[in-house]
Ligand binder design. Structure first.
Ligand code: TXE
Length: 480
């Protein structure tokens, strides 16, 4: 049993009250580590450390901050294989995915913001011969970064790196369901020489330490990725205190396939968008709209591909579908499959719990499901399921596809598959979606703004957007 510790003031600390939660390996259903169940006392220690470290860190030159972030990136790269294994054990994701996506991206986040901050310039607005304005951007102080369990190190570093680069000190609260790589990050930061208190990582449950963190008056800004309901709860606490808030929440994303698409590409894209990371990604395309003239053959080929996905032990090299994060989450996803039946849907494949023999016998595995026969506005097609469940919906023309694709409360991401680029541009313009991909999915450039509309969130992360979020702006006007 590994005992995880908080990383506070540059040291590893046990929770003051000695309270721990079980960290369960989703593939086996067995606890394999203990996570601190931190409380307000632990949080106060982190706040004191972060406050103490702030003036020194904010005064560091940009070059020095950049150098330290690069050393953290190097530390992650050095330990990439072990981190990928830890991420796979902690979340149930296939090790190949952790190796190719999660860990390289965590290193890339630190590297990217280490460089970005050196290019982050202030603005100046001349008023002819009357005056000149210039804009100062200062770090905010102590900020909070809260991240979910589906991309643990990837999303935590996506928040921490710009916050630190901009000169803030950070209190991070990783998901209590997948805390292991965040724990390792503490050690990597010590080895990189990050000054004590600049980054503090406090583990524990959302309602206890997460809630206390976002409510704490010392916290100037909150960057949160997680469920829409949690986002609303955080906003209700943060707004009356006028904290800066960046919320990256759920999605119910459309994949729109036109008859003129490159069929192979679209099938690969729709499959990946539906089932990557067991469908546990806010960007997953769980509503697949297909132009009626190709609906039947597309459906047949997609179902065949879904059935061919190799489900198994996440630590096996060839596994493509791992385990869902918890038994409760598996039950939630199964309850949506049942709801789909009640709403008149047909299950074309999957949607049942699977037993993987051997060490993973008690793991939380679900065979990827493809449904059809549901209306676009039923609950199954409106609510975020966050699992390997996708629904096929035929459409006759562009307007119908757009109206239905836009017909949910969410607005995070969409993918459009067509060889007609004019149509690609047209649809992209009319989609209510923070991110639109045409003939691709999940292709990311870290400079681009990332985030959602409607109930998918508030604000944008990525590139200079993130550096703007983590700084306070001041305009100075000088009369000439
Ligand atoms: O996420 P939570 P959960 C969606 C998905 C999923 C649902 C619930 O639909 O089924 O959310 O997942 C912390 N104050 N997404 O319950 O609770 C928590 O400890 C402060 C979408 O696992 O939102 C964790 O660190 N913090 C998503 C983080 O919030 C609180 C990714 C996220 O947990 C808190 C994950 C509180 N009151 C789930 N309550 C995405 N957009 O990628 C919880 N937390």
């Amino acid at each position: 049993m590994i005992t995880i510790a908080n990383y506070v003031g540059g040291k590893f600390l046990a929770p003051a009250a000695g309270h721990y939660l079980d960290d369960i390996e989703p593939a086996t259903g067995r606890p394999y580590a203990l996570v601190p169940g931190s409380d307000a006392v632990d949080l106060e220690a982190a706040v004191a450390a972060a406050r103490g470290a702030f003036p020194g860190w904010a005064r560091q030159t940009v070059e020095e901050r950049s150098r330290l972030l690069l050393r953290i990136a190097e530390g992650i790269e050095r330990e990439a294989e072990a981190l990928a294994r830890a991420e796979s054990i902690d979340t149930g994701k296939p090790i190949g995915l952790a190796r190719q996506v999660d860990i390289p991206r965590a290193a890339a986040n630190f590297r990217f913001f280490a460089h970005a901050v050196t290019q982050f310039a202030s603005e100046s607005h001349g008023m002819g011969t009357a005056a000149i304005n210039y804009t100062l951007r200062d770090p905010l102080g102590v900020v909070a970064c809260l991240s979910p369990w589906n991309l643990p190190l990837y999303l935590l570093s996506w928040k921490i790196a710009p916050a630190l680069a901009a000169g803030n000190t950070v209190i991070a609260k990783p998901s209590e369901l997948a805390p292991m790589t965040a724990y390792w990050l503490g050690r990597i930061c010590i080895e990189a020489g990050l000054p004590p208190g600049v980054l503090n990582i406090v583990h524990g449950s959302g309602p206890s330490v997460g809630q206390a963190l976002v409510a704490h008056p010392a916290i100037k800004a909150i960057s949160f990725t997680g469920g829409t309901k949690t986002g609303a709860a955080i906003a209700s606490v943060a707004a009356p205190q006028f904290k800066k808030l960046s919320l990256e929440l759920g999605g119910k994303n459309p994949t729109i396939v036109f008859a003129d698409c490159d069929r192979e590409q679209a099938l690969d894209g729709a499959l990946r968008a539906a089932f990557a990371n067991q469908g546990e990604l806010c960007l997953c395309g769980s509503r697949i709209f297909v132009e009626r003239s190709i609906y039947e053959p597309f459906k047949r080929d997609l179902v065949a591909r879904a059935e061919a996905l190799r489900l198994g032990d996440p630590l096996s090299e060839d596994t493509e579908q791992g385990a869902l994060i918890t038994e409760a989450h598996l039950d939630k996803v199964l309850s949506y499959v049942q709801l789909a039946r009640e709403e008149g849907g047909r299950i074309l494949t999957g949607g049942v719990r699977v037993t993987v023999p051997g060490r993973c016998e008690a793991g939380y595995f679900l065979k990827p499901a493809i449904l059809e026969g549901l209306t676009h506005d039923c609950r199954t097609n409106r609510e975020e399921i966050f699992g390997p469940v996708a629904c096929l919906l035929p459409f006759d023309d562009e307007d119908e596809a757009l109206a239905e694709a836009n017909g949910t409360e969410f607005g995070l991401a969409a993918s459009v598959w067509t060889r007609d680029l004019q149509r690609g541009h047209r649809i992209a313009q009319r989609l209510d979606s923070g991110v639109v991909w045409v003939n691709t999915w999940l292709l990311r450039d870290l400079r681009t703004p990332f985030g959602g509309m409607k109930h998918s969130g508030v604000g944008r992360e990525g590139g200079f957007e993130a550096l703007r979020f983590f700084t306070e702006v001041k305009n100075v006007c000088i009369k000439l």
